[in-house]
Design a protein around this ligand. Structure first.
Ligand code: HMG
Length: 439
């Protein structure tokens, strides 16, 4: 049977499923049952989810967990996290509890500017183009007023538009490089609408401009789009404490631990192979909160990793030092987040997540997300430089393996107890299940 289809998007949901099951699952009813068992019985809620994307056939659940005990700038938070990986929420919770007893996390937003660009081709004299740009810049801003007036009332809008000459990289290539303040909105739609208006006005004004030759008048707009690289939408989060307070485990010397921890961070600063994994651990925390609060984690990921490479080599997002017998550990990351618009009022669970966080402003959410990343990194590095990662990770993963073997509640209780005193590797758990089930 041919596997291509025309008009799939126009089929009803059940016809889409029928086609998928007939074409890819040999009409196996089990496939249909799996798809349908994730449907929500609340028809209105299901329809809402169906309409978030296109060609929806079912829902894909991620666990929604909570990491309590986060003290951030003197305010307590329970942080919502949507993630599939075991041990992440536990690690965040453990780090939160640890720092709660040491003054908590301090966070501040350093800047909030976002970027958008109109990319265009112009084959003529730069000085002529620059004079034209300066003449019509007020018109570009004026023509975007219907889009910007509400944002301006709230205190945001277009900050500036620059003309950038990129002809050293590509012949004839220029940009309108615009900066925006979008306040509590992530701002993608706002920025893209402004940029498309700039492009339209720019091209129209060029056609009427006397200073251009006939050839110069035909400015060729390539595209108008925001940038997810936001190095000037930056947040910093930090923890610190006297070195002697850095461990509660008497078998670990605090000074030794601090030294090892800082070495681990330094390695991630200079070694890209380590930095990628180090930052992945940070993104465990960041993505989970970004997702739970209905934000665009792909945009955040792309921007954060570009920032991690800003000095020409991929490097750690966190840093650590000891000064005057005090241990300092901090992160600086770019985060373009919204607490209004998008999914924030549309998705009931996203709305609940924001309520749980006391309905933060975008700036407050930036701080909370940065803290989640820092806490995650602290937990991972503490494990890595002491017990090794597997001990805690496998302790948390134990339940996944038990579920895979369809362990009964009684079996689970026995094996959880057993692995409190035994190392939980995958094979050790499988062996233990087998031996428990031996007649
Ligand atoms: P533990 O000391 O065995 O935990 O740590 P505990 O049972 O003594 O409990 C202490 C606290 O930890 C609890 O306090 C919780 O806050 C939390 P309580 O609630 O009892 O007052 N906690 C839990 N929270 C929720 N559910 C649980 C739970 N268990 C403990 N079941 C732990 C165990 C896993 C926390 C610790 O070993 C740890 O932090 N490990 C690090 C795990 C980690 O980083 N996981 C991320 C995935 S690995 C990865 O992908 C990234 C990596 O490659 C990054 C890198 O290389 O840098 C590692």
């Amino acid at each position: 049977m041919s596997k291509s289809i025309s008009g799939f998007s126009k089929l009803s949901k059940s016809h889409k499923i029928d086609w998928i099951v007939a074409t890819y699952f040999n009409k196996n009813e089990n496939a249909k049952n799996i798809i349908k068992q994730y449907w929500n019985s609340n028809i209105k809620l299901q329809q809402l989810h169906d309409e978030f994307i296109e060609n929806t056939i079912t829902n894909y659940y991620l666990p929604f967990g909570v990491a309590p005990n986060f003290l951030i700038n003197g305010k307590m938070h329970a942080i919502p996290m949507a993630i599939e990986e075991s041990s992440v929420v536990a690690a965040a919770s453990k780090a939160a509890k640890f720092w709660l007893e040491r003054g908590g996390f301090k966070a501040e937003v350093l800047s909030t500017t976002k970027i958008g660009q109109v990319h265009f081709m112009f084959h003529g004299d730069f000085e002529v183009l620059n004079t034209f740009f300066k003449t019509i810049k007020p018109k570009l801003i004026e023509a975007a007023k219907p889009i910007t007036k509400n944002m301006e009332k709230r205190g945001g809008g277009i900050i500036d538009i620059e003309l950038r000459d990129k002809t050293k990289s590509i012949e004839g290539y220029f940009q309108l490089h615009a900066t925006f303040e979008t306040l509590d909105a992530m701002g993608a739609n706002f920025i893209n609408s402004c940029l498309e208006q700039f492009a339209k006005t720019f091209r129209e004004e060029a056609l009427d401009y006397d200073g251009f030759s006939q050839d110069e008048q035909s400015i060729d707009i390539i595209m108008s789009i925001l940038s997810n690289y936001v190095p000037n939408c930056l947040v910093r989060a930090e923890v610190s404490c006297p070195v002697k307070d850095l461990t509660e485990d008497p078998s670990i010397d605090a000074k030794e631990f601090a030294k090892k921890f800082i070495q681990a961070v330094k390695i991630a600063e200079i070694e890209p192979f380590r930095a990628v994994t180090h930052n992945k651990g940070i993104m465990n925390g960041i993505d989970a909160v970004v997702l739970a609060t209905g934000n665009d984690f792909r945009a955040v990921e792309a921007g954060v990793h570009a920032f991690a490479s800003r000095n020409g080599s991929y490097s750690s997002l966190t840093h650590a030092k000891i000064e005057n017998d005090t241990f300092y550990f901090w992160i600086e990351i770019p985060l373009a987040l919204g607490t209004v618009g998008g999914l924030t009022s549309l998705h009931p669970l996203v709305k609940l997540a924001l309520e749980l966080l006391h309905n933060p402003t975008a700036k407050e959410l930036m701080q909370i997300v940065a803290v989640a990343g820092l806490a995650q990194n602290f937990a991972a590095l503490r494990s890595l430089t002491t017990t090794g990662i597997q001990e805690g990770h496998m302790k948390m993963h134990l339940m996944n393996i038990l579920n895979q073997f369809e362990a009964t509640e009684k079996e689970k209780a026995t094996l959880i107890d057993h692995f409190k005193t035994h190392t939980a590797t995958h094979s050790a758990v499988v062996e233990a299940i087998k031996s428990l089930r031996k007649p």
